[in-house]
Design a protein around this ligand. Sequence first.
Ligand code: 8YV
Length: 312
Amino acid sequence: MRILQLGRLSNDVNEALASGYDTTFLWQQTQADEYLRQNGNRFDLVVTSAQFGLTQTQLEYLPNLKAVCSFGVGYDAINVADLQKRGIVLSNTPDVLTDCVADLAWGLILDVARRISAADRYVRSLSWGGKQRFGNSTRVSGKRLGILGLGRIGKAIAKRGEGFGMDIAYHNRQKVADVAYAYFDDLGELATWADFLVIACPGGKETQGLVDASVLKALGEHGFLINIARGSIVDEAALIEVLQAKQLAGAALDVYAHEPNIPTALLQNGTVVLTPHMGSATLETRQDMDTLLLDNVASFMQTGRLLTAVTL
Ligand code: 8YV
């Protein structure tokens, strides 16, 4: 069986795939599209990531594809309906990244409310002690935490919220059975209720633009938006508008509509905290993701089965 790896992953993964299997690195081909058009029929398994995805055209050039092993938990950049039609199986890397993504969500909640990054800029500019006062920030403990998407990551964020004595509620496609948190079946109502709205649902067509102007206005001038999921879930233009009109207290974002491009209006806004899609990017979690990706490849090669198959 032959492997096609679409984009560069860690050195450990690149080396393991190159030494253990018959692997071709598509990114090393000078004319990747042409290479794929002419040689796509040779490959049985694709290795990709949440970031690289798999395009419809690439899939068409892979008539003998049997499995896709992806690095990352989200698979919105892969058309699962097309995989399903062709009986191609897909694995991702769930669970191992849950804690670190939830930790980053909490870092962002604390940063945007307590103005930690803004305070850091203030101190470094030697403003402390000068005429310009830093001003107060906003309390986090005991406030209302609204979570959009109560899956594995949403639950881990909620659990941390309990430690901060917060009231916790969520919106999800459906009510989650094993939790005591309040359920809102209307996202606008959750936003009206919440002081902090954290986005933790999957990306893709179903959630595209779900957090729109009306949801943001419902969150309101004292509310904060935190997004560690996908940029596509938020109407970024509407977010800029409400921030500029001070109809929202602030936003903390790890993900964007067109990564790595961030609109200048967000870069220049002092009430916004920005990080470079780094939720899962700790040494420990990235090693665990590498291992799980490689274990899925090994399992498929040996048994024809994936360890963490996505239900398509
Ligand atoms: C990716 C992510 O792993 O897991 C996801 O869905 O978005 C990240 O953890 C990272 O962007 C590499 O593709």
